[in-house]
Ligand binder design. Sequence first.
Ligand code: G1P
Length: 288
Amino acid sequence: MKGVILAGGYGTRFLPATKTIPKELLPIIDTPAIDFIVDEMVQSGIKQILIVSSRRKKALEDYFDREIELENTITNPAQLDKLKTSAQTREDVKIYFIRQQEMRGTGHAVLLGKEFLDGPFVLAFPDDIIFSDVPLSQQLMEAYEKTGKSILAVMDCSGEDLSRYGVVEPSGESIDPIFNLKAIVEKPKKGTEPSQFISIGRYLLTPDIFPLLEEGYRSSSDVEYYLTDGLNQLAEQNKLSACQFTGQRYDTGEPFGYLKTITRYALTRKDLKEEYLQFLKVVINNEV
Ligand code: G1P
């Protein structure tokens, strides 16, 4: 299976930093946010990953390239290891790039992957990082083995404000972790949500999506054309299901979520955890 990561967006929530730094490269301590997603895919057995970027995101291509000058300068083996991105720890993993030349929406961006893809693929939006025992892409692949349909990764957010998300409408009971979908409603107003399940930025899509996106994009008069339109058509054809994954989602796409991600990651790091916890205690006790 192949992977696609959409990384063309402007990242306006992080201005002014994103005037020059792609939001996908904002570091979660020392590792760019996008590398967590690449790592999730690599750990799931995905070996070819396409990053849909844009002309403002040149640094992304440099990040995934080798840094020969530093390789020749650094002598300490531990530091040399730190030079490697997660994909570079495996010889058989390849990262590819294509540029989205106009920001015409997620549906348009996914279409750019058509020629690279030759079957079902995992699609990631760049903001969501998942901490889980089984990598999320793998969970979706296992769900696909069972249903043969395109799958949305969903989580139960009952009681929360869902108006920032796509909220799914199950077509029957949603008691199992995998269930069929009737529709997805983008950013529903409070009180109109079709369920308590939000779709997060991770999908396993079959090539059935492409003719739907092509037709939708051709006939759309809007500047931006969204993936959700194609997903709703898949749902109409009874070809869309949802997988309630296990793990915790962190949204690096907005400042507070970014801060939480850094905290969560710091607490998994042996070299930082104890000192950081001590520091947090001091902060909480108002001693700084
Ligand atoms: C996108 C999707 C939405 C999903 C969200 C998850 O929205 O369109 O369905 O719930 O990502 O973060 P965006 O955040 O791009 O507005």
